[in-house]
Design a protein around this ligand. Structure first.
Ligand SMILES: [Zn+2]
Length: 273
């Protein structure tokens, strides 16, 4: 694995998507029970990763991928960072979407120290509570309580805890998008009138935005997650915003168009790179 990455510009922001070499194509039927007939046999991609956002003043990172803590340990992110000249020390702020292992395991080294030693953290207060109480409730971090506790200890005092939508930095907003896991949060970037939503796991694949009615039983609160998907799709459509998700295929960035029927949308890939 060479560390697949994709760089593009959004107004004055420079963005870099990095795939961490895990996941791969799997049938939609793995995740959804009742598949509409036109989606039978549909495959989704599901490779995780992270995204770096360079504003003129500060460097942000969305999530940290699997990192060196967790199999299959592709080290794809490290390889991509090295290739792009990004050092862990240069990350100023980490914006967390949620607390699943494929999103936060890469925050700590195997020895339990910070991978990004200078970073401040932004996370939803419900995620913070989950890290500090029963980590399996809404985290899907079964059996890894030590990691969760260590992380909570380390980031205490260097975190911004979100209770509602708010601006983190000029042009960067954190928006609660609850349901997938405890405190799931998406991020909106706006520079020179171009808007992009990073929707985390609010949809694993654009097909879930096209069909926001699909229910994924493995989500923490499936009904809430489904309502959130609809709200995210409507808002992105209303703002004519670009959308990228944590598990979308590399360079699959697009916009939604209204399709026939209420809450049905069409994905149009419009990768800006
Ligand atoms: Zn995920």
């Amino acid at each position: 694995m060479t560390g697949a990455s994709y760089r593009f510009e959004l107004g004055k922001f420079e963005l870099l998507i990095v795939k961490d070499g895990t996941g791969g194509a799997r049938p939609l039927s793995d995740l959804v029970d009742d598949i509409p007939s036109d989606l039978v046999g549909h495959e989704i991609f599901m490779e995780g990763g992270l995204m770096v956002i360079d504003t003129p003043e500060k460097r942000f990172l969305i999530d940290a991928g699997n990192g060196p803590n967790r199999g299959p340990r592709t080290h794809a992110a490290e390889v991509a960072f090295e290739k792009e000249g990004i050092t862990p020390q240069s990350i100023d702020t980490i914006l967390l979407t949620h607390g699943d292992p494929d999103h936060i395991a890469g925050l700590l080294t195997k020895g339990g120290e910070f991978v990004y030693p200078n970073a401040h953290y932004v996370l939803n207060i419900d995620l913070w509570r989950a890290l500090n109480s029963d980590p399996d409730a809404g985290l899907y971090f079964v059996g890894q309580t030590d990691f969760v506790r260590r992380l909570a200890d380390l980031i205490q005092g260097r975190s911004t805890l979100l209770e509602a939508e708010r601006e983190i930095w000029p042009g960067i907003r954190a928006i609660p998008a609850l349901g997938h896991r405890a405190g799931h949060t998406i991020y909106r970037f706006d520079s020179e009138n171009t808007v992009l939503f990073h929707i985390g796991d609010a949809a694993f694949d654009p097909v879930f935005l096209e069909h926001p009615e699909l229910v994924i039983p493995a989500e923490y609160k499936p009904d809430q997650a489904r309502a959130t998907r609809k709200a995210v799709a409507r808002r992105a459509l209303a703002e004519n915003a670009l959308i990228v998700g944590s598990h979308f295929e590399l360079a699959n960035i697009g916009r939604l168009k209204q399709a026939q029927g209420k809450d049905h949308f069409q994905w149009v890939q419009q990768s800006p790179g």
